[in-house]
Every structure is written in structure tokens, then in C-alpha cells.
Design a protein around this ligand. Structure first.
Ligand SMILES: [Zn+2]
Length: 78
């Protein structure tokens, strides 16, 4: 049987731009999984955190930095 799936192209995250993205932003995430023998395995996984069209690469980059690293927050020195 042939399955038909609708594809959702990644869209630019900049406000209401919604253009099909030309760039994707990734971040590295450490994933810890406990093995059966009690050992913890650490893996670094690359995750996609956002997309941007060529007009908004800088803006979205800044936006994501603020979300993920709290650039604007003054209480970031925990
Ligand atoms: Zn855009």
C-alpha cells in the first residue's frame, strides 16, 4: 500500500514571516541514559532549535540565543 504523508517544510521563526526556511539552528544536548547494569551513558545529540529564511538569519539567531541562553536576563549568573 502506498502511504501519502503531507510534509511540513520548516518555516522562518521570525514573528509572522513564515517564509520557507533556508537555514536551521542547532544546539548540542547531552542525553543521559541509564544502562541495565547501572552505568550511565552520556551522548551528545544535535537538536534543531529553529529555522530562518535568508532575510532573518541574524534576527532569529539573536532570538534563539535569548531564549536558550537568556542574554537579556540579568540574573543569569547563578
Ligand atoms: Zn523570515
Amino acid at each position: 500500500m502506498i502511504g501519502v504523508n503531507k510534509l511540513y517544510p520548516p518555516l522562518c521563526k521570525y514573528h509572522s514571516c513564515l517564509a520557507v526556511a533556508d537555514y536551521e539552528f542547532t544546539d548540542a544536548e547531552t542525553v543521559k541514559t541509564e544502562q541495565g547494569d547501572g552505568l550511565v551513558k552520556e551522548e551528545v545529540k544535535t537538536i534543531t532549535i529553529g529555522h530562518a529564511c535568508f532575510n532573518h538569519v541574524e534576527e532569529v539567531n539573536k532570538m534563539l540565543k535569548e531564549i536558550y541562553y537568556g542574554d537579556k536576563k540579568s540574573d543569569s549568573n547563578k
